[in-house]
Ligand binder design. Sequence first.
Ligand SMILES: O=C(O)CCC(=O)C(=O)O
Length: 271
Amino acid sequence: MSSEALERDYVLPSGSVARYQRDGHILLRGVADNSILAEYRPAIADFVKRKSVNAKPLDERDAYHKSFLQVANLWEEDETVRRFVLASRFGRIAAELMAVPAVRLYHDQALFKEPGGSATAWHQDQYYWPLDTNDCITMWMPFVDVPVEMGVLTFASGSHTEGSLLSAAISEESDQGFDDIVRERKFPIAYAPMQAGDATFHSGWTVHRAPANNTQAMREVMTVIYFADGTYLLEPDNPHRPADLARWFPNQKPGELAGGPLTPIVYSSGH
Ligand SMILES: O=C(O)CCC(=O)C(=O)O
């Protein structure tokens, strides 16, 4: 039943594409219905729990690992999660917002911010990605209602139009540096409380952060990242991009078309 729901198209509210392209992010309501949440929330939560059994207590972690429990590419290991991550319903939204005919999966990540988990520093995702395109997008979907004080995703609207604004990995340095840039450039800050099954989509260059989780409940969030089919791989030009190249594109080289068994086409308008 819910797997069928994953194959049904989501109709974008009118004006969504223009808004996404102007702001670099958009909040869409009800992207996953209750049947989808009921099937996939437990599978993803169990997976994160299994992978996090050895996580240190919050106060013994470094600054980055205080922000969330992070588990990547669940779809490789779990058949149920695979259906969720490769769903054409989500891939189609990504393609339509970016106005491209087809998208590939880049990778997925569960980002569970624990009660008391600290803020996620300002950053740009694409700093990490050796992809020669501006057409990268992340779906960020909570499986629980997320009030602002639980750590809702927060965007600097319009910041994606300028490409790389600061060469910095997510850290206290990126937080301070982007904070200054956001203020100087007067990018409007956008965030809103979300309900389970709502999703935000943001561009790879959109500057974003999330506040701390000041509630007693886990912020359960699943993300899926896509890029436009037809994208070429870049020569890694910072200390972080070689690891992404090796992890997501094994056996591929800079200059080649990005795409292999780990980065399948998730949606194509031609099919
Ligand atoms: O979930 C968070 O706190 C941060 C998420 C994020 O930065 C992303 O999905 O790109």
